[in-house]
Design a binder for this molecule. Structure first.
Ligand code: NAG
Ligand code: NAG
Ligand code: NAG
Length: 979
């Protein structure tokens, strides 16, 4: 759910923005009469101790004329802005000490301080640590320990381990201090600050590295952009609730990049190499990608750089993800298909959707509620009129009996009760007051913003044990109303609709911001809806062009209010390149001067807010449901969020180009360590149409998190609404469910070592430079190549089958070898309802007969699809467990084919209760003389000469239980000489 601007906005690139803005209107319901009528319908949680909040003394801390604040023009776009590299002195090093595990040194300022975007520190400490063989940490701090450092109890810094064979070399010059990092094996210089100056001020850090010409960089999110970031982009990071703007800051902050280098001038580089670089920082920043350099320009904190040596992209990702916190293993059902809509306005709506899905025979695993279920948009409440707890109870009982699940939304902002209206009792708020959990203004008054329910407070999750207690209590109380299966954490960047603490003297107007969305239907449709009104295009150059701003000759002065250590946090001297519609750092989010309970300012930890909320929700879950895997979906993210939650891409629109962007979005989050990720299938804002929705339901089935969701002013878009979409969805969901054992195994791989669940072509084919920016195709694991249609009004799609002549691809649908030249762009048939899928030779896929739910699927018989490589080999694995947080029983099955023989070996105690029914082997070059298991069991087999497929079938009929242990060998002797 979305942020809506309450003031008119001049927006020249509105197509990238959810329509919400133009179409929603709201009614202020401040009349007490209406209030009482609505209050009658309330069913607020009652077990909190109600408190009369008489001690609140609302105060407005920012002058009223500064309501929106002053527009800050990005420094990077300002030709007359001082250039730190020219004006600042840099540092020299002394007292360099080589320790067993790295280097430490003093860095002293090498001249007069420049003080351009803050105050220079004269003395710094350099601490280089060889953390592992593949990971190097370069940390530069102020000698006085004043600058903010993310504490380990909030997000654990990567931990050094014993290491002996570092793959890197850290080298430096002392005067001026410059450093470079080299990969030992090939001498390749990965990061090189030579010729640039280090700048270290209280509100500005700058580190710059030389880059190779035309470098290939990925990551640096969250951003809507092609996968490869290009060499001319400024990536600002400042968590904000914006509806999928292109190329600008949005919900999450991930200051990590993956770089891949091909061939190049290094003789030794026969294949590509990849490495990753992570700047561990929660501050606002710009990362400047320029043709020959990359610079970090950070608004505070310290320089805490981590280098991950790779050598492959997947290894670099594994090394990074392992260091920030491995992704959570989700419950099996999370892989099912989810349906949501803002506008399921009562229990019957939910019931109908579930019923209509079943009637249409389209598998539905999870039904979601957006804000509709709450009483006046207040967290932890039910609207008793439309979602009566008894009815909810019955509905959820039925749902759960059918092995289906329910997830409601929880927003970050907490409605602040009206102090002048004693009957406006909202216990979660007063309980929070009681525990002092809310974020504060610098004068210790409550920070009051404005979100859906009206003027709201914001729980302070930062190192605040009381907030955790409050969440646990709220969750426990809510459990008595709703038997939820997870939570959807929204609006947690944090989002607020006004600027600053706007509500301090307005609480008596509460509830002041009730929205009425009825009667304003969207009129926006996908590109192909009017045949003549075709594509906005995947490449958003036109959007970028209109974003270019003409700055005023003289920008108005922003007020200077210094914090305790002399910083201007609301208007820092260096202005990062925020999205155009954001005037300044406080726009639509908490002011940087918001004060957390330990005195930390929002300025220093803004990008951590959603992360701390997610961690709190996760801990609360475990408190109430010990040893059950918490399911959380979060919009805001930070490095490490993947250990707690899944993510979706937020408010996209029903446009083909947003569907196309979903691929780089999901691939980038594989780098960020949040592999269970997807986007709002069929689009959130605007109306979809059958063509877009059919294409998108098919693409979404091959992304790790698969949810259809849209907003209240759009037409309904459940998969059963159009016959073409229904048919396309049945096909795609059945394929997804038939591959559930494979998906679960991929999730396990991500969980144990950070391996991406879905992969860019370049990651799987690291020697093919032509694939460096391929992001219209992708792979599920390493075995399934997906080539979706991403444009309207077409019946074909172009794609490549990567690899060399030795790489074989089989068509998913008819199992035949695809006879096309590898690496060449080819055109494939792709009528509506058909998504092109290819299986890679050399893989073994565990499969199951698809059922209506993931639970039913798991009861059906197992199958193996073996796709032989040109050398006749293949491999695969299966992981299963009891789904506990710490599983008591697990099963790891290794499968390999060599020399006409499939060997299956397992370890672990988890027992698969279903039988193996079929093994299909693709690419068997001639008819076997004999097919047999290593145990004396009956084998029914058939060989298809033309398509070269060997099928072993009816295994379960004769001897399922003999093979259940997953320790056996199957041999097909292609000639008499074989055994
Ligand atoms: C450098 O960092 C290491 C590892 O974090 C730490 O043990 C050591 O005390 C630090 N040294 C200095 C001089 O700060
Ligand atoms: C880089 O991007 C800027 C702004 O988008 C544009 O004006 C400039 O021409 C680009 N430079 C190159 C070399 O493409
Ligand atoms: C589609 O075409 C109709 C008729 O020409 C027109 O009224 C409508 O505005 C068009 N819609 C869009 C989204 O272009």
């Amino acid at each position: 759910m979305h942020y809506t601007q309450l003031r008119p906005v001049h927006n020249r690139w509105s197509y990238a923005i959810s329509n919400v803005k133009e179409n929603l209107w709201f009614i202020l319901l401040s009349s007490l009469g209406i209030l009482f009528i609505l209050y009658g319908a309330a069913f607020a949680v009652v077990t909190f101790t109600p408190l009369v909040p008489s001690f609140i003394s609302p105060k407005q801390t920012s002058a009223p004329d500064l309501a929106d604040g002053i527009r800050q023009w990005p420094t990077v776009d300002n030709a007359s802005a001082p250039i730190a590299q020219e004006l600042c002195p840099g540092y020299y090093s002394e007292n360099v000490v080589r320790t067993t595990n790295g280097i430490t040194a003093w860095l002293r300022i090498a001249g007069q301080p420049c003080n351009i975007y803050g105050k220079d520190y004269n003395d710094l400490i350099l601490n280089v640590t060889y953390q592992t063989d593949n990971r190097l940490n370069v940390r530069i701090t102020d000698s006085e320990d004043i600058q903010y450092v993310i504490p380990d109890d909030v997000a654990k810094a990567p931990v050094a381990e014993t290491n002996t064979a570092q793959k890197y070399e850290f080298e430096y010059n002392t005067q001026p201090f410059e450093f470079w990092v080299t990969r030992r094996s090939d001498g390749d210089i990965l990061f090189d600050t030579r010729g640039t100056k280090l700048i270290f001020e209280d509100q500005y850090l700058e580190v710059m590295t030389k880059m190779e010409p035309n470098y290939n960089l990925y990551g640096l999110g969250e951003v809507i952009h092609e996968l490869r970031l290009g060499n001319n982009l400024t990536r600002a990071m400042w968590a904000t609730d914006l509806s999928n703007p292109i190329d600008s800051n949005m919900y999450g902050s991930h200051p990590v990049y993956l770089e891949t280098r091909y061939g190049g001038d290094l003789q030794s580089r026969t294949t590509s190499t990849s490495h990753a670089v992570f700047l561990r920082s929660s501050h606002g920043m710009d990362v400047l990608l320029r043709p020959e350099t990359l610079s970090y320009r950070v608004l505070g904190g310290i320089i805490d750089l981590y280098f991950y040596l790779g050598d492959t992209a997947i290894q670099a990702i594994q090394q990074y993800v392992s260091s920030i916190g491995l992704p959570a293993m989700q419950q099996y059902w999370v892989l099912g298909f989810h349906q949501c809509r803002w506008g399921y306005k009562n229990v019957n709506d939910l019931r109908d959707v579930v019923k209509l899905y079943r009637e249409a025979n389209i598998p539905l695993e999870v039904i979601w509620s957006d804000l509709d279920y709450m009483y006046q948009y207040r967290d932890w409440t039910l609207d008793e009129k439309n979602f009566h707890p008894d009815e909810m109870h019955h509905f959820l009982e039925e749902l759960h009996a059918n092995n289906q699940y329910y997830v409601p939304i929880i927003d970050a902002g907490i409605y602040a009760g009206n102090p002048t209206n004693l009957s406006d009792v909202y216990d979660p708020y007063t309980a929070g007051l009681d525990k002092s959990i809310y974020a504060l203004n610098p004068d210790s008054s409550l920070y009051i913003g404005n979100v859906w329910p009206g003027y709201t407070t914001f729980p302070d999750f930062y190192r605040n044990a009381n907030t955790l207690k409050w969440w646990i209590e709220a969750m426990r109380n809510f459990s008595t109303l709703v038997d939820y299966d997870g939570f959807w954490l929204d609006m947690n960047e944090i989002s607020t609709f006004c600027t600053g603490s706007c509500g301090n003297d307005k609480l008596s107007d509460n509830p002041s911001c009730l929205f009425d969305f009825v009667g304003s239907p969207s009129t926006d449709y996908p590109e192909g809806f009017n045949v003549t009104n075709s594509t906005e295009g995947f490449h958003a150059d036109s959007a970028k062009a209109v974003m270019a701003q003409i700055m005023p000759a003289v920008a108005p002065d922003a007020p200077v209010q210094l914090d305790k250590i002399g910083r201007n946090v609301n208007y820092p001297p260096y202005k990062i390149k925020l999205a155009e519609e954001l005037l300044n750092l406080a726009s639509h989010t908490l002011s940087p001067n918001v004060t957390h309970h330990d005195g930390t300012l929002e300025y220093d930890i803004h990008n951590l807010y959603a992360y701390t909320e997610t961690m709190t929700a996760y801990k609360s879950f475990l408190e109430l449901r010990p040893n059950k895997r918490p399911f959380l979906l979060t919009r805001g993210t930070f490095p490490g969020s993947g250990s707690y939650a899944a993510h979706w891409g937020g408010d996209n629109s029903s446009k083909f180009y947003y569907m196309a962007f979903s691929i780089p979005q999901v691939l980038s989050f594989q780098i960020f360590g949040i592999p269970v990720v997807g986007v709002d299938t069929c689009g959130f804002g605007g109306n979809t149409d059958f063509e877009l929705c059919a294409r998108w339901m098919q693409l979404g089935a091959f992304l790790p998190f698969y949810r259809n969701h849209n907003e209240i002013t759009s037409i309904p878009q459940e998969a059963y609404r159009w016959s073409s979409v229904a048919e396309a969805s049945r096909i795609a969901i059945n394929i997804r469910y038939s591959l559930l054992p494979y998906w679960y195994t991929l999730m396990y791989r991500a969980h144990v070592d950070g391996t991406p669940m879905v992969r860019a072509l370049a990651w799987e084919f690291p020697n093919e430079e032509a694939l460096k920016d391929a992001d219209r195709q992708f792979l599920v694991g390493s075995a399934i190549l997906v080539t979706p249609v991403l444009e309207p009004l077409v019946t074909t799609v172009n794609g490549v089958f990567p690899g060399s002549r030795n790489d074989i691809w089989y068509d998913w649908y008819n199992y035949t070898k695809i006879e096309v030249p590898n690496g060449k762009n080819v055109t494939m048939d792709a009528p509506l309802g058909h998504i092109n899928l290819a299986v890679r030779g050399g893989s073994i896929l565990p499969m199951q007969e698809p059922g209506y739910t993931t639970t039913e699927t798991r009861k059906n018989s197992l199958k193996l699809l073996v796709a032989l490589s040109s050398e006749g080999v293949a491999q695969g694995e299966i992981y299963l467990d009891d789904e506990a947080l710490v599983p008591a029983s697990t099963l790891n099955v290794e499968m390999t084919v060599a020399d006409g023989s499939l060997s299956v070996r397992s370890r672990g105690k988890f027992v698969i209760t279903t039988m193996l029914s079929k093994i299909t082997i693709l690419g068997v070059t001639s008819k076997p003389k004999r097919v047999h298991f290593d145990s004396p069991v009956v084998v029914n087999w058939a060989y298809d000469e033309t398509s070269r497929i060997l099928t072993i079938f009816d295994i379960d009929k004769f001897n399922g239980s003999d093979l259940k242990s997953f320790n056996w060998t199957l041999t097909w002797a292609e000639s008499d000489t074989s055994t």
